[in-house]
Design a protein around this ligand. Structure first.
Ligand code: GDP
Length: 388
């Protein structure tokens, strides 16, 4: 399906930048346009793939290109004040060709955390297409202010979008990695999962069209109904030389191939679901789901997807699990993408809200006692008068 991608803040911009690169790399055709919005000029300058005219610097009057310093209330105010500037950039893209908007932001900072929900609300008022969010949660060791920002932004963002797809940095970090190196790797994981999902709904322009290719309406229907979504993904390298020595000796090995392709796909769907999700959750709490099998067309079969789909139905107890293919010619990897939507049992979100609440209380206490201490520091008991 065709997306208008809008990255808000540093993380949002970098991820959109990577989406553009990934779309080119896999010839996916899922990006109609990619925009980046920020209050910090240096962040915008660091992007490589977003076109210059699609980089929007807001808040010049308030922060003069220097960012909002993790103050997400200021981020929201600036976005509201300069929403017309963002709209002007969106006016330049062919929105009639877009199936959905995807607003991407890190939830722990200031610009994206505050601005993304404001933009989502605005887009929903103007356009008829769905507006999705891709919210990135901060790692737990980033500190109280980031957690508090994320908890407040999450609450607002999920209310303003048609569906909030979530990626949790905490689950995807590796020990011993530099922050920057870590983000490069993590951003690749993000664009691979979400990019493949959206590219799956974009097959049909002269590609090899299999029997059961996923349609963009299946992605939209899985996401409609709102709430929170998470994605699982698993792959396996396969031997693609189908017409090799073995088959020339035995005639046809199609039966054998079919059976192993079915088993492979079924177990990939299980691995994707039970392995690392972009946001950990209790899978049984999902309301809807979509299974997409990716890889060389000859390695995909309907039975495998169907078995995987049925297994996910049993696992979630949901009757609304869709399934289909995304054939990719030329590769040697078979994969399964599992989209779980409307998930509700998410311990990480409970923890985020609890730590956020504690951080808010501590901040208020510290501020109150700092005010008292300062008052007593400058209080001379009436002995000294101020100058004016
Ligand atoms: P903003 O520019 O004020 O919106 O804030 P940032 O986007 O710099 O940071 C917000 C949060 O996003 C941080 O707390 C990190 O958790 C996360 N973050 C920052 N950069 C990246 C990145 O490149 N990739 C990912 N996955 N997360 C990032």
């Amino acid at each position: 399906m065709k997306l208008a991608l809008i990255g808000f803040g540093q993380a949002g911009g970098k991820v959109v930048d990577q989406f553009l690169a990934y779309d080119d790399e896999i010839d996916g055709g899922f990006v109609e346009s990619g925009l980046a919005v920020n209050t910090a000029t240096t962040d915008l300058q660091g992007l490589e793939h977003v076109a210059d005219e699609n980089r929007v610097c807001i808040g010049q009057a308030r922060v003069n290109g220097h960012g909002v310093g993790a103050d997400n209330e200021l981020g929201a105010e600036v976005a509201e004040a300069d929403i017309d500037e963002i709209q002007h950039a969106i006016d330049r893209i062919p929105t009639h060709e877009v199936d959905a908007f995807l607003v991407v932001a890190g939830m722990g900072g200031g610009t994206g955390s505050g601005g993304a929900p404001v933009l989502a609300k605005h887009l929903k008022r103007i356009y008829t297409q769905p507006v999705y969010g891709l919210g990135i949660l901060p790692a737990t060791d980033e500190g109280g202010i980031y957690t508090l920002n994320a908890a407040r932004s999450f609450r607002t963002f999920v209310r303003e979008v048609d569906n909030l797809l979530v990626f949790d940095n905490d689950v995807w970090r590796s020990a011993g990695e530099s922050v920057e190196g870590g983000y490069d790797r993590i951003n690749r994981e993000i664009v691979e999962r979400f990019g493949l999902l959206f590219a799956a709904g974009e097959v049909g322009h002269g590609d090899h069209v299999a029997e059961s290719v996923v349609d963009s309406s299946e992605i939209i229907n899985t996401l409609s109904g709102g709430g929170i979504s998470t994605i699982g993904y698993a792959t396996e390298t396969v031997e693609t030389d189908d017409g090799g020595l073995f088959s020339s000796f035995t005639g046809s090995d199609d039966d054998f191939d079919d059976g192993s392709a079915t088993n492979r796909l079924t177990s990939l769907v299980r691995k994707a679901t039970l392995g690392r999700l972009t946001l950990s959750c209790d899978v049984s709490s999902a309301d809807r789901g979509l299974v997409v099998a990716t890889g060389p067309p000859r390695k995909l079969n309907r039975k495998g997807v169907e078995r995987g789909r049925q297994w996910l139905e049993d696992e979630t107890g949901s009757m609304e699990i869709r399934g289909g293919d995304y054939p990719i010619t030329g590769g040697d990897e078979v994969g399964a993408i599992v989209l779980l939507s409307g998930v509700t049992d998410i311990p990480r979100i409970d923890q985020l809200q609890q730590v956020g609440t504690e951080a808010k209380e501590t901040t208020e206490e510290v501020r109150a006692s700092a005010e008292d201490e300062f008052a007593s520091l400058v209080d001379t008991g009436g002995e000294l008068d101020a100058l004016f």
